[in-house]
Structures are given as C-alpha cells and as structure tokens.
Design a protein around this ligand. Structure first.
Ligand SMILES: Cc1cc2nc3c(=O)[nH]c(=O)nc-3n(C[C@H](O)[C@H](O)[C@H](O)COP(=O)(O)OP(=O)(O)OC[C@H]3O[C@@H](n4cnc5c(N)ncnc54)[C@H](O)[C@@H]3O)c2cc1C
Ligand code: FES
Length: 284
C-alpha cells in the first residue's frame, strides 16, 4: 500500500489491452508499475480489489483478475457502462496511458482454509474476474497439490460474452480440473454446452464433503444457485461470495459501503453466506 497518504495512488502504465467480447464493452487491462518500489509493495491475495483511477475522470473499485503469482503486472477486467464516467474514460485509453492504483484492499478468499479440500468455483458473466485469479493460482504447478478436486462451472449469456476464452479452452483440456463452460444460448459456431449455470451445477453435482464453493455472478444467478448448492449439502459457512457496493475511500473511512455494522471495502468484499445472513438479520 502507499506509505504516508493512503489516498495517494501508485502510477501504472497500461501495458496491454485485451478485448474480451464482441460488444467491446469488456476489456482486460494489463498494468505495470512505473516505480519498482511500488511493484514490490503491491502484493495481493485472491479475491482482493484495488481502486483504479483514471486522470480527470475519478476512481473505481475493481477486482484483481491476475493471480498473485503473476509477476511483473496486474490485470483488471472492466465492464464499460455507457453512463459510467470512470469505466467509459478507462475504455477510451490506449496502451501506454498512465493510470493510478491504490490497494490492494479488502479481505480475500480463504485460500489457507481451502487447502486439502475439494474446491468448486461457480461464476457467471463478467463476475469471473477474481475467480479467474483464484483458478490460475490453484492450478499453478507450485499450488495444485495443495487442493483436492477442482470443479469450475462458468457461464455467460452468449459465447461472445465468455471472458478469458483461451484460458477456458486450456482448463477444459486439463485432466486435473473439471471445467464446465456453458452459455445461456449458443450460436451457429458454438459447439459447447448450453444451459443456465444453476442447471449445469445440478448436472455436475459436485460433492459437498470436505468442500468449499466460491460463487460470484449477477444477482439472479446467485439467487438460483443457492438452492442446488444447499440441496447438494453445502453448509452456508462453506459457500463464499464477493459483494459489490458503491465505494468511495475503499479503506473503511467514509462509510459509503456499509452493510449492517460492516464495511464491504474493509470487512469484505469476501463473505460466507452464513455471515451475510447474520448481517441481514442484524439489519432487520
Ligand atoms: C469490490 C468491487 C469489485 C468490483 N470489481 C469489478 C470488476 O472486476 N470489473 C468491473 O467492471 N467492475 C467491478 N466493480 C464495479 C465497478 O466498481 C463499477 O462498475 C464502477 O465503479 C462504475 O464506475 P463508473 O464511474 O463507470 O460509473 P458511475 O459513473 O459511478 O455510474 C454511472 C451509471 O453507470 C451504471 N453502472 C455503474 N456501475 C454499475 C454496476 N456495477 N452495475 C450496473 N450498472 C452500473 C449505472 O447506470 C450508473 O448509474 C467492482 C465493484 C466493487 C465494489
Ligand atoms: S468505501 Fe469508504 S468505508 Fe467503504
């Protein structure tokens, strides 16, 4: 993190931009630190986010999409909202442009608790970003043996909206991970699976014994994924998600992202469903 002034961003340069979808409103930005000291200082964990600032436009919290083991750069996948000031400005930039980064912030997925367990990853749409970081981390040579069976279920509305397409192909081809990639509706070129994520989850039926599930996606997907997870026997303390709230400071000072007595930026964004139920009960 930045030393004295916590609001002072570190300078990064856009090294590469990957266009993720046909509509060109989802791009992955690979950023490199301008200062070597910042590069050394920025050590993130799976599930954390950073505040990305675009000069003249403002700042936004964005999940870190690269693995903690990717050295030399950090990646963020950003959806552009037509009305969105920061995301539109960011999408208008080209390689070589300067940005600011503060962070990493927030808690992380419980990677240590997850060691020796079966891991199920359930992702929907462009909420796959920090889950992608986590899959990459677990599949790394030095980490794969620390986790038992890994099952990934990832879906998007259409084939063009799937993120990280070349990595998905690679995951499907590996024997040490079960990857179920699905789209709500295919097109002429799509030879893969069709179906909503909750239905594919039922079909895959990953065992809940000695298992954790990390689930991130649009609210409708999350809602319909809970029932099959509970039916499969996952306890709500083993179902982990990441919350999104409007943020300003990102460091627990301004109160913008409060959920009950907690701040999503500081106490989250990662919460178990058990914790979320407790917080919602307190708010009633
Ligand atoms: C912890 C955390 C992690 C996040 N990770 C990512 C990520 O990895 N990738 C990513 O693209 N975004 C992510 N977000 C969401 C991202 O922060 C917002 O989309 C972004 O701040 C919007 O900024 P803006 O200035 O473009 O939009 P604003 O100017 O703030 O908003 C203008 C309008 O844009 C639309 N809009 C903005 N944000 C959203 C939204 N999230 N959902 C629906 N409509 C919206 C609304 O119509 C809104 O009124 C994350 C948020 C949090 C809290
Ligand atoms: S964004 Fe300021 S307290 Fe969370």
């Amino acid at each position: 993190m930045s030393s004295e002034n916590p609001y002072l961003p570190m300078l990064v340069v856009i090294d590469s931009i990957f266009i993720e979808n046909e509509a060109r409103d989802l791009k992955t930005f690979r950023l490199v630190f301008r200062d070597k000291k910042d590069k050394k200082r920025f050590k993130h964990e799976c599930g954390q986010f950073a505040m990305i600032s675009v000069p003249g436009a403002g700042e936004s919290p964005i999940g870190i999409a690269s693995s903690p083991l990717d050295t030399g750069y950090i990646e963020f996948t950003v959806k552009r909202y037509p009305e969105g000031v920061v995301t539109t400005a960011l999408h208008g930039l080209e390689e070589g442009a300067l940005l600011g980064v503060r962070g990493p912030y927030g808690n992380s997925f419980p990677m240590q608790e997850m060691e020796g367990k079966n891991i199920v990853i359930v992702g929907g749409g462009f909420a796959m970003t920090t889950l992608r970081a986590t899959v990459k981390y677990m599949l790394d040579e030095q980490n794969r043996s620390r986790f038992e069976k890994i099952t990934v279920i990832y879906g998007a509305r259409s084939p063009g909206e799937l993120l990280y397409k070349s990595e998905l192909k690679e995951w499907e081809g590996r024997s040490d991970i079960d990857a179920y990639i699905t789209v709500d509706r295919g097109d002429e070129s799509w030879k893969g699976r069709e179906g909503f994520v909750p239905a594919v989850l039922r079909e895959a039926a990953p065992g809940s014994d000695n298992a954790y599930v990390l689930v991130c996606g649009p609210p409708i997907m999350l809602k319909f994924t809970m029932l099959p997870l509970l039916e499969l026997g996952f306890g709500n303390d083993r179902i982990i998600t990441s919350l999104e709230r409007r943020m300003s400071c990102g460091i627990g000072k301004c109160g913008r992202c409060g959920v009950g007595s907690k701040y999503v930026c500081k106490d989250g964004p990662v919460f178990s469903y058990k914790r979320i139920s407790e917080l919602s009960e307190k708010m009633m």
